[in-house]
Ligand binder design. Structure first.
Ligand SMILES: [Zn+2]
Length: 414
């Protein structure tokens, strides 16, 4: 090859190599395509505890387009996204618009959107104090969030978060209290410990069992049991009166793996911990239920069968889900009516219970009754709106509910 021909090829090769090197280290070069890309002013950080996995990009209008990742159920078409939790990083004063996608859930093999016109979001500029704000439902089933940065980072979430670290801090605080007994009953699929907290004397006349957080995004149950425990160990006149009548057993966070990974509903193996309660749970696929069943069997054998079991959840309805397994449930239905009346009387609950004919087979409520003879129900806390307080919920509202529940159970066990 003649030198005249060779030099341009050599020069072109040099440019190609240099340009790829330059873009690797972030140097713009004249004529480089990278020049036409404007550096985004916003970064979405999902690298922290309970953050929701998501893909995101900045569109030509500078908006963040976030594609949330569905949580899939094993052996079904069901998929769910309700949980979002991420940190926006941008200069204070920046106006940020975020459009979130993938709320096209499939529920009982039927399409079911998980957002509505009144779906709110919560925001915190210091990861401590949260406020609720309205989001906007856009055509195409997208959720639009607009905010002005008040500090260099803003935490955004669907519900006020309650993480494993929050539970650990709480357990640390209460574990030395003489009214508290914490035992580990087993481990989750990924090896996280499953605790049962007992509050009060195990020989009290009545026993209550509560489970929270079977579904990973539903932090309301955790705040509620925290409020309840705080009231019960306050050692005031009321709490002493309560604990003379009953003691409480709580599995505070059943789906720890889902909470750790920022998932919406299922456990690490795609198992719904509030389904298939009509049969023993598989120790490998659903250890969170398996160990609870083993614990319950032990309680029943020891003549310590709970007199009432409640599974705390979040949904956009907020009803008390009365169980209706086959057989004579007359006494149970009367008790549920009493429970509903007491909830209305002593707490901000106004939503009521599910209508006659409603059945949700396989839930903890029905499984506890059919298999263990424990009267039980699923109590949903509305995550969009608390009608009794005329506001979108924050942790403080659920803590308040929890602090009032001991009075409800006191009269329930009368
Ligand atoms: Zn739930």
């Amino acid at each position: 090859m003649k030198l005249k021909t060779f030099l341009p090829i050599l020069f072109t090769t040099f440019l190609l190599v240099f340009n790829s090197y330059a873009s690797d280290i972030g140097i713009g070069t004249a004529g480089n395509a990278a020049d036409s890309v404007v550096a985004p002013k916003v970064f979405i950080n999902t690298g922290f505890e309970n953050a929701s996995p998501m893909n995101w990009e900045i569109d030509s209008a500078g908006r963040v387009i976030g594609s949330l990742v569905y949580d899939h159920e094993r052996f079904s078409r069901n998929r769910a996204v309700n949980h979002f939790h991420f940190r926006v990083e941008a200069a204070p004063g920046t106006e940020v618009t975020i459009i979130l996608k993938n709320f096209d859930n499939i529920w009982n093999n039927t399409p079911a959107s998980s957002i509505s016109k009144r779906t709110p979001f919560v925001v915190s500029f210091d990861d401590k104090t949260w406020e609720s704000r309205p989001a906007e439902l856009l055509p195409g089933n997208f959720l639009q969030i607009k905010l002005r940065m008040e500090s260099p980072s803003a935490y955004i979430a669907s519900l006020e978060p309650y993480r494993i670290s929050d539970l650990d801090k709480f357990l640390d605080k209460i574990k030395k209290n003489k009214l508290v007994n914490i035992t580990t009953i087993g481990t989750t699929s990924e090896g996280r410990s499953l605790e049962i907290i007992r509050i009060g004397n195990e020989n009290a006349p009545k026993r209550l069992f509560l489970r929270a957080r079977a579904h990973a995004f539903e932090s309301g149950g955790n705040w509620t049991v925290q409020g309840l425990v705080q009231k019960l160990i306050s050692n005031d006149e009321d709490s002493r009166r309560y604990l003379k009548r009953y003691c409480v057993y709580i599995l505070p966070m059943a789906n720890k793996d889902g909470v750790a990974r920022g998932k919406t509903r299922f456990n690490a193996n795609g198992y719904d911990l509030n389904r298939k309660w009509d049969k023993p749970a598989d120790q490998i696929i659903a250890p969170e239920n398996h160990y609870l069943e083993k614990w319950l069997e032990k309680m029943v054998k020891a003549n310590k069968r709970p007199d009432l079991g409640l599974d705390l959840h979040n949904d956009p309805g907020g009803y008390l889900h009365v169980s209706r397994p086959d057989g004579d449930i007359t006494a149970y239905l009367a008790n549920m009516q009493k429970l509903e009346m007491l909830l209305r009387k002593y707490t901000w609950f106004t939503e009521g219970s599910t209508k006659p004919g409603f059945r949700n087979p396989g839930t903890l409520g029905e499984g506890f009754m059919e298999r263990f003879g424990v009267q039980a129900a699923v109590y949903e806390l509305n995550y969009e709106w608390i009608e009794g307080l005329k506001k979108a919920p924050l942790a403080a509202d659920w803590l308040l509910l929890g602090s009032k529940l001991p009075e409800v159970f006191y009269h329930y066990f009368e």
